[in-house]
Design a protein around this ligand. Structure first.
Ligand code: ZN
Ligand code: ZN
Ligand code: ZN
Length: 328
């Protein structure tokens, strides 16, 4: 039998059951498991999922058992009325619609259509609870992904509590990151006030994370500033080197000369050349107290301490050898 015919046939069975029992049925779109296996014979349903609203959803025990190890162990438990009696599995604690969505997704075995992604989005929190409780790993990961992508300041506290209870570390981390990014907005929510009044340990955890995140940001900022300063100094020393190496031709203002000298930073270079010209023109009486002269002296000393051309005495930077010996 062709796959499409099989799906149609199965849909027919489900419609008949619906007429007999007056119940909501699992969507036939999830029946891919049989279609993919190329099995032509659609078996009748042999189990019922009972929801908190006393709805009974027909299902196939083989699908349930292969989708969830918890359901599998429930199905293999000895039954009171003998093995011929249809198995009933209570799935309580969440709304009926969420159980229906859960069952439909168990049949699909993974989210492959947009409609199924939409179902996960619609019942995300309840599906997270069910997938955790019944050990459906792929669905739990899908819920984590969808809940993470839809996090808002308004709902983040509830999702954080859920992530903690369902042992979902990725979702937990994403919630904490959002809290750190937008704590001012989260603080205004009813959920945060409730948490603060009823779960001081979790509040403490969150505040500790925020403090750590703040310290991390500051440390990162400091490291960036240090790296920037190091780069600026490195460029300045490079410029100092090429200014004297190129001789007085490079002391002009032309952009072409800077390019020819392969200057790493033309702006720094211009300032440095002004400093060099200033040193030559500065009043010798005032030079001792002159900040601009002192600045150039410091740069000359820094160059001397790192100069690689000292050994062959080819360095063109003034006083390089003298300052190097003086530093020692
Ligand atoms: Zn330069
Ligand atoms: Zn000066
Ligand atoms: Zn040198």
């Amino acid at each position: 039998m062709h796959a499409a015919t099989t799906a149609y046939h199965w849909h027919g069975i489900m419609e008949e059951e619906e007429q007999q029992h007056g119940e909501t049925l699992v969507s036939p779109t999830g029946f891919r498991r049989w279609l993919e296996a190329g099995n032509d014979d659609t078996p009748p349903t042999d189990a019922r999922i009972v929801t908190s609203g006393q709805r009974r959803l027909p299902a196939h025990s083989t699908v349930l058992a292969s989708a969830s190890p918890v359901l599998e162990s429930m199905l293999h438990r000895p039954r009171k009325g003998g093995s011929n009696r249809e198995m009933e599995i209570p799935v309580l604690g969440v709304p009926c619609d969420a159980v229906h969505a859960f069952l439909r997704l168990l049949y699909s075995a993974r989210c492959v259509t947009l409609a199924e992604e939409e179902i996960v989005g619609e019942h995300g929190m309840h599906l997270m609870v069910l997938s955790h409780a019944y050990g459906v790993g792929w669905l739990k990961r899908a819920c984590e992904r969808v809940l993470s992508s839809r996090l808002t300041a308004e709902g983040v506290v509830d999702v954080l509590v859920l992530a903690q209870q369902c042992d979902a570390p990725r979702l937990h981390l994403r919630c904490m990151q959002l809290l750190a990014e937008d704590f001012a907005a989260v603080e205004q929510t009813e959920a945060w006030r409730f948490l603060r009044d009823h779960d001081p340990w979790l509040e403490l955890d969150i505040l500790q994370f925020l403090e750590d995140a703040h310290l991390r940001r500051r440390r990162l900022g400091r490291r960036k500033a240090e790296r920037r300063l190091y780069m600026e100094l490195h460029e300045t020393i490079e410029c100092l080197h090429h200014i004297f190496k190129d001789g007085y031709a490079a002391m002009g203002h032309s952009g072409r000369e800077e390019k020819r000298a392969r200057c790493p930073n033309p702006v720094t270079c211009r300032g440095l050349r002004q400093l060099v010209r200033h040193l030559a023109a500065c009043d010798s009486e005032k030079r001792r107290w002159c900040r601009r002269c002192k600045c150039l002296w410091q740069l000359l000393r820094l160059h001397a301490s790192t100069c690689t051309e000292l050994d062959d005495a080819s360095c063109e930077v003034p006083l390089c050898m003298y300052l190097c010996n003086w530093c020692r």
